[in-house]
Design a protein around this ligand. Sequence first.
Ligand code: ADP
Length: 504
Amino acid sequence: MTTTANVTGNDRAVVTRQHMLIGGEWVDAVSGETSESINPYSGRAWAQVPVAGAEDVDRAVKQARAALDGVWGQTSALDRGRMIRRLSALIAENAEALAEAETTDNGKLLREMRSQMKSLPDWFDYFAGLADKNEGTTPPDPKPNMFAYTRREPVGVVGAILPWNSPLLLMSMKLAPGLAAGCTFVVKPAEQTPVSTLKFAELVEKAGFPPGVINVITGAGETGRLLAAHPDVDKIAFTGSTETGIKVIKTAADHMARVTMELGGKSPNIVFADADLAAAANGVVAGIFAATGQTCVAGSRLLVQREVHDQLLELVATRARTIKMGDPLDAQTEMGPIAFREQFDKVAGYVDIARREGATVLVGGGRSPDPAHADGLFFQPTILTDVTNDMRIAQEEIFGPVLSVIPFDDEEEAIRIANDTQYGLGAGIWTNNVARSHRVAHRIKAGSVFINTYRMLGFNVPFGGFKRSGLGRENGIEAIRAYTETKSIWVNLSEETRDPFVLG
Ligand code: ADP
């Protein structure tokens, strides 16, 4: 909750003081410690948020547990669905304010955040509808005089740990199925982008959720670690880097908390010679320069068939050189700044590595020289050629507007290079040959494959990663299953005494 006047993205000089939502109360951290959220466009702090410590995390988890054991646990699935729909309507009404908060926190285009916020109700409406359809099963009688049935019970208290690139979308992918399944939540947004989640929490109150069903705590990695380590957290739903995800899995494993993990990627965008090259060039730009490349499914490796290499590159390079960088609130802007200083330095560092590894910088390669961009963290759209797939820039996630171009000769080689990575999140295939498009899609080891399109996401289409890109799936019917435990109940229908020394 904000205690100064409500600040819009245009009024960015004002620093708002935010509080966390724990058990229906807006509170500071017990320690009184706070941190600042910096607007990456202006370079100035715009919000001050509490840093939750062990006591705060414990309090939030206790409140979530109390709600689960209390009123929320007693709420029927139909009524849970109704409440989720109310929240959905409030999100739709407040989409603009949420989008502005998100853009001011992370510098992504208002245009994109607006469209994301407008799509959030889809997630809540879809899972609200599933709440009362989350049925168990009645297997045919497994033995004579034995009846068994299963129930899908909520997994319990969920810790949701979010990244900074699309906080509310990635939160909704956890919250909507989890609430529908009957879970309660402690949500921790990323330290760089806490404000939109706190604003969202105001809507949770208005929607009438009982106190403690959704708690929002703020803080950095240590707060996240404390949440994952809390023995009374039943599940951690995490989106972020593979490196941090592995740490979270290890922490959660100590008390056997369930995990779903949506992690990093190094996704290939594969363009065959028979593709519509103008469409493919547009898709390549969408894959790596949209969101300033700060997206887990970024198509950061362009695999292009050698005979159209120069032609495609000409199209992509021409478009990249004319990408309009600027204020992410401006409707004309195509690429905003990088979200925060460390991330900017990481991207710049990778371009240095590329040069040392022998790659050629065809386009961009550094900070924007435009004096109008001096305050913001603007990195040029960058295209690297003479890249081989074994280079670090082709193997490691950069999370910025940096495209590595790798030529291939035939389909077999394209598939081999595409799969030669520790990741498996997304892949794009550009071809006009229908048989090839499916054949290649089946052989790519990735959770989502896009044919003649790129960067698609939908509430009812499973999303997640193969290999080191994740564990489990979000979205679609299987997502609600990930927030339940299956309980089997056996009922003895006979009156006979059985042999106590033999397995039934
Ligand atoms: P990035 O997406 O910038 O690579 P991370 O994956 O490290 O960042 O962070 C994603 C989320 O995980 C953030 O909310 C961050 O605060 C949190 N986090 C960072 N370290 C840990 C940790 N050791 N345990 C739990 N959460 C963490």
